[in-house]
Ligand binder design. Structure first.
Ligand SMILES: [Fe+2]
Length: 259
């Protein structure tokens, strides 16, 4: 399996504190059936700033270490960008580390709200040929209180990543309920762990499978946990979801293509 959102680069952010913890996270990932991870350190002005070169170098160093330790896991470069007004300019300057150097860019909104400039920035990123992936919208208070905002963004071709822990309830019932609602609406395109350590928010995907199957059966589980993460790491188009109905007996996929 492929986990496209993991804070595993040692000492980069509030994820793996050191190499020892990164190794423990890697071992845990493999135990959970994950053999490919995109490392996505937070990139936030004046809080957590890292260049593409720094990320690539750290990913390569971690890969060497994993090989020495005989851990069958490969790390790919990525990042999780805080939605800041100058993100478009930084994209134009070639400063952004996309997911495994693909067109996919992982973007995190402030947890408390959906800033008024969100739609415009995501649109401008798309104009530049990027495909924004909104990280864990189910944990954003703006989307929780007004899901229509997310509906509008997904209608405009933005992709949403739902977090494993949200689906199984580690962030509370409100977030779990929201995550399941977004999935029923077809607004969640893939699952990732957003793991930060080996003990609290950990690298795992399959624990979400039970709840997802209740919504859309094996087909949805396969798409969210396997097919779409695989397409992202390969830089291929993901399988779009356009379910409208919330009934468990009615869940369908359309042939609509995301741009
Ligand atoms: Fe994250």
């Amino acid at each position: 399996m492929i986990d496209i959102h993991v804070h595993i680069l040692p000492g980069f952010d509030d994820g793996a504190a050191d190499t020892q913890m990164a190794i423990k996270m890697a071992e845990m990932a493999v135990t959970n059936g994950i053999h490919h991870i995109i490392a996505t350190p937070h990139i936030i002005h004046k809080v957590s700033e890292h260049t593409c070169d720094e990320i690539k170098t750290a990913a390569a160093q971690l890969n060497m270490l994993l090989a020495q330790e005989n851990i069958p896991l490969k790390i790919y470069p990525g990042a999780e960008y805080y939605l800041e007004p100058d993100l478009t300019a930084r994209a134009a300057a070639g400063e952004l580390q996309t997911l495994n150097n693909s067109q996919y860019l992982l973007v995190e909104l402030p947890a408390a709200q959906v800033p008024p400039y969100t739609e415009q920035i995501l649109y401008e990123l798309q104009i530049q040929g990027l495909k924004p992936i909104i990280a864990h919208p189910e944990r954003n208070n703006g989307f929780i209180s007004n899901p229509k905002l997310l509906s509008e963004l997904t209608n405009r071709g933005n992709i949403c990543q739902i977090t494993t822990g949200s689906v199984v309830g580690i962030f509370g019932q409100r977030v779990k309920k929201t995550a399941l609602h977004f999935l029923r609406q077809g607004w969640g395109h893939l699952i990732a762990s957003d793991a930060h350590s080996n003990h609290k928010r950990t690298p795992q995907l399959l624990s979400a499978a039970g709840e997802i199957k209740k919504i859309g059966g094996e087909k949805l589980s396969q798409t969210l946990l396997f097919d779409n993460p695989s397409s992202i790491i390969d830089g291929k188009p993901i399988q779009p979801l356009a379910s409208i109905k919330t009934s468990k007996s009615f869940f369908h996929f359309t042939n609509l293509k995301l741009q």
